[in-house]
Ligand binder design. Sequence first.
Ligand code: R5P
Length: 270
Amino acid sequence: MRPFISKTCPLIATFSPLLSQASMTSLEAAKRLAAYQAVNQHIKSGYIVGIGSGSTVIYAVERLAQRVATEKVVVSCVPTSFQARQLLVQNQLTLTDLDVTPNLDVCIDGADEVDSNLDLIKGGGGCLLQEKIVASCARKLIIIADYTKNSSQLGEQYKKGIPIEVAPMAYFPIKTRLEAKYQGQFMLRMAVNKAGPVVTHNGNFILDWTNFDQTLEWKNVNQELALIPGVVETGLFIQMAQEAYFGMPNGSVKVQKRSAANSLPFFSSV
Ligand SMILES: O=C[C@H](O)[C@H](O)[C@H](O)COP(=O)(O)O
């Protein structure tokens, strides 16, 4: 961590996370608070750890690297994207993959929205398929997020939609079929700085489902979507996360836990 240097008194330099937090935006500080607390509480030496994708995971990897350096914690990490792999390489953390280590102790990941049941929308960054595979191989999925992701129901705050990864040749029939069945739009996600659609790590397209009915039974919807030929995966993570850590504007961390009764068995996410 870089030292915080006081502008009024440059001789005062400290490594205090609280002081250095003052120089961050409240949203970034909230992400870091959540990520640090989750890594402190859920990572033990010897663990195989799934590393999610997105802007919040950056802080989890940062804290993991600190713990490896200072506490001599030994971990091996399975990345969920090119970004996650690069983060692990840059922080000199040990990489592994599901061929070598198919059973993970924990997976730490961000989310686009978390509802009161701890069901999630993920895939705003297009990494939903790898994230769901890696999370499904972990005994625990721990979510880290800032306070803006904490909703009572999906769609309440996150308006970019539920991502659905589809085979390219099937995107139009799937879009047509889903728009006939459900309220809302299924928009082909378009690339920035490239002509045409976003192409995922797996060579697929993404349909973002916006303006949906927020009262839908998401477990059923997820199962219906998964059965459509050409649908590869959805960004609905139902009964997968055990705990969510939300960094709050006042500097505290809110922890939301799933009850055992509301959990799917290990390796069952659809
Ligand atoms: O595909 C992206 C992932 O699902 C991310 O975990 C999600 O978009 C949250 O990212 P961030 O931490 O940047 O809000």
